[in-house]
Design a protein around this ligand. Structure first.
Ligand code: KIV
Length: 302
């Protein structure tokens, strides 16, 4: 079990579920012995910031892992376009389409009982206009079952965020290294260095918050800038490579669990799932080869 903070219904809350303000019952029906955990909803994000409780977010792309992360108490599940380079064999997130992402969003939404499910809008699905973003976001909620969408960009997409928010679609912003723009940013590099770049990023963050964003992901920016943004906004900042000053953290689950050979400097490996999977696979192959699997306990008799 994780040491998830006291956001509603967390399995191991630091301060107990009773400390959670304003929670409402989860969408799934509970049983007498196992009541449904209370859903994390958008108001809880701001409440967590106000109470100084750090938020957790992990990516998820399928039901099997989403179920584990949700039961462990993660506050938000991000069905990220990082599905492209982590699951679909693409080199970047750029080729990911709505039709590839929606089934993953649907799988995660079906099993998430507590976590807020955030769906990325993939490259090419939202930039052209607020109406373009609205059409994509509606699909993520109606077809995917997501609770919120995430868009990359700042002042450029503030009107998009305002339209979505007004239409009842919670938006998570994403600033700093925005991987969909890596061609123009010159690769995966730290952003917001220097006074002008830092001021521009802060102005972007304020514009997103003013437009109604419920949280902002800050990716690969200096710690001091993350602190400035976090101090300035009433909504939570969720950092990835942005240091400890953020109101919460997000990681790609394959980096977090040790499923990849390479991971970025900011991604701590909290487990060695890749090695465990390789070991189990090797044991299975050996058992089939040497005839010890299947045994009589795995075999049906007439
Ligand atoms: O798609 C993704 O995984 C993301 C995270 C890096 C925040 O956007």
């Amino acid at each position: 079990m994780s040491t998830a903070p006291g956001v509603p219904g967390s399995p191991t809350p630091a301060t107990g579920p009773s400390a959670a303000p304003g929670g409402t019952p989860g969408g799934d029906a509970g049983t007498a012995t196992a009541p449904a955990p209370r859903r994390v909803r958008v108001q809880h994000l701001r409440e967590a910031k106000e109470a100084g409780r750090r938020l957790t977010m992990l990516t998820a792309y399928d039901a099997a892992t989403a179920r584990i992360f949700d039961a462990s108490g993660v506050d938000m599940l991000l069905v990220g376009d990082s599905i492209g380079d982590n699951m679909l064999g693409h080199a970047t997130t750029i080729p990911v389409t709505m039709d590839e992402l929606i089934p993953a969003v649907r799988a995660v939404s079906r099993v998430a009982r507590r976590a807020l499910v955030v769906a990325d809008l993939p490259f090419g699905s939202y930039e052209a206009s607020p109406q373009h973003a609205h059409a994509a976001a509606v699909r993520m909620l109606k077809e995917g079952g997501a609770n919120a969408v995430k868009l990359e960009g700042g002042r450029r997409i503030a009107a998009h965020v305002e339209l979505l928010t007004g239409a009842g679609i919670p938006v998570v912003g994403h600033l700093g290294l925005t991987p969909q723009a890596e061609n123009i940013l010159g690769g995966k590099r730290v952003q917001g260095r220097g006074n002008d770049a830092a001021d521009a990023l802060l102005a972007d963050a304020v514009a997103l918050a003013d437009a109604g964003a419920v949280a902002i992901v800050l990716e690969m920016i200096p710690e001091g800038l993350a602190q400035r943004v976090t101090d300035r906004l009433a909504i939570p900042t969720i950092g990835i490579g942005a240091g400890a000053a953020c109101d919460g953290q997000v990681l790609v689950w394959l980096d977090m669990a040790g499923m990849t050979d390479w991971s970025p400097r900011f991604a701590k490996k909290f487990g060695d799932v890749g090695a465990a999977l390789a070991q189990a696979t090797g044991a299975y192959i050996s058992a089939v080869h040497d005839g010890t699997f299947p045994g009589s306990e795995h075999t049906y008799q007439s």
